[in-house]
Design a protein around this ligand. Sequence first.
Ligand SMILES: Nc1ncnc2c1ncn2[C@@H]1O[C@H](COP(=O)(O)OP(=O)(O)O)[C@@H](O)[C@H]1O
Ligand SMILES: CC(=O)OP(=O)(O)O
Ligand SMILES: [Mg+2]
Length: 401
Amino acid sequence: MNILVINAGSSSLKYQLFNMKDESVLAKGKVERIGMETAILTHEPSGKSEVHEVSEILEHTTAIRKVLDKLVHPQQGVLTSTAEIDAVGHRVVHGGESFKSSVLVNEDVKREIKRLFDLAPLHNPAHMLGIAAVEANMPDVPQAVVFDTAFHQSMPAPAYLYPVPMALYRKHKVRRYGFHGTSHKYVSERAAAFLGRPLEQLKLVTCHIGNGASCAAVLGGKSVDTSMGMTPLEGLMMGTRSGDLDPAIVPFAMGKEDLTLGEISSMLNKHSGLQAISGISSDMREIVEAVEAGDKNAKLAFDMYEYRLRKYIGAYAAAMNGIDAIVFTAGVGENSELLRKTVCEQLTFLGVEFDEEANRAGRGQDRRISKPGSKVEVLVIPTNEEWMIARDTYALAQKTN
Ligand SMILES: Nc1ncnc2c1ncn2[C@@H]1O[C@H](COP(=O)(O)OP(=O)(O)O)[C@@H](O)[C@H]1O
Ligand SMILES: CC(=O)OP(=O)(O)O
Ligand SMILES: [Mg+2]
């Protein structure tokens, strides 16, 4: 069975095609800058050379069409026809309280994903475009959706409720949902396997540090707390998102700067974080380069980013009454030696003995970056949300046969 996994963002679309029989990746790639003058398609068919194409791709239906064309292309493709795609799995960021696990797409599911647009404005509308685009191009293929929120549905009420009038929860489901759950779940399972210990007995803090970033406290394989909240804005400082701040700043800034609700929301989601403090970039690679070149604003941005992450790790050690391992994953977590080093070197009070040499070695594989015998282990585990989505889609699609 071949499964196509799609992670549709507002201006991008990432894909991976899996052969579930031998768990191999047949092709992967992405379309970036959808809707802009020049979109870039990168296609990596297994065993063949990488393809880069620049063209105008104005919306997601065309992007999916281009991806399908590549997958069946006589030279660059890996399939003879799209009929060889048995099911499609989508990442959906917000599933609210309705979805505790992955489901097949039907009209009710689509309605619910649309209802949640307000709660994940950067993500859910794009996912719906992805689902509609597959429907338009491959109307008979079963589609599944895998939610970022599902893994965190195990959080207890003291972790997921906000101390505001309960009517907000009862009437509008205002609560912490948490995101990146597919990734937190995946790296927790891998961490247990790497450590050779049962997941049920482990206290883990998983740090998914990408463009969006969140930490989770994972106790016995279940999420008991996480830093993102009702929306993916709360918690850690991110590329363009503020993370935690005094809620009183919102009405204050709106009044002083004469901002509308839309403008303040856009400021906190798209014009804050690393980008705002450094004035340089939302990309950690560029921040680290600027820090090394002596840029003061970049250094301040990095220090704030690191400090806020370290505080969350400390908080989750308290939440679980200790930790066995800290796991770093996603774009920054997997690649930034400097961030891991700066965070871990100040966690000696927890029992972290950091191994600088191990931190510099290896890439793209599961590895330990704490010293042998360290009371708290520190691991780097590359995430693979796409594989988790393929796994769930496969299980659901088999039920339809
Ligand atoms: N070598 C590197 N050093 C530091 N940061 C990196 C490196 N490579 C990638 N990144 C960071 O990873 C981020 C993207 O992470 P990713 O997990 O792919 O995010 P998303 O899925 O949210 O798009 C980039 O914005 C960049 O800051
Ligand atoms: C939920 C979220 O923030 O996702 P991403 O990191 O992909 O933006
Ligand atoms: Mg991501």
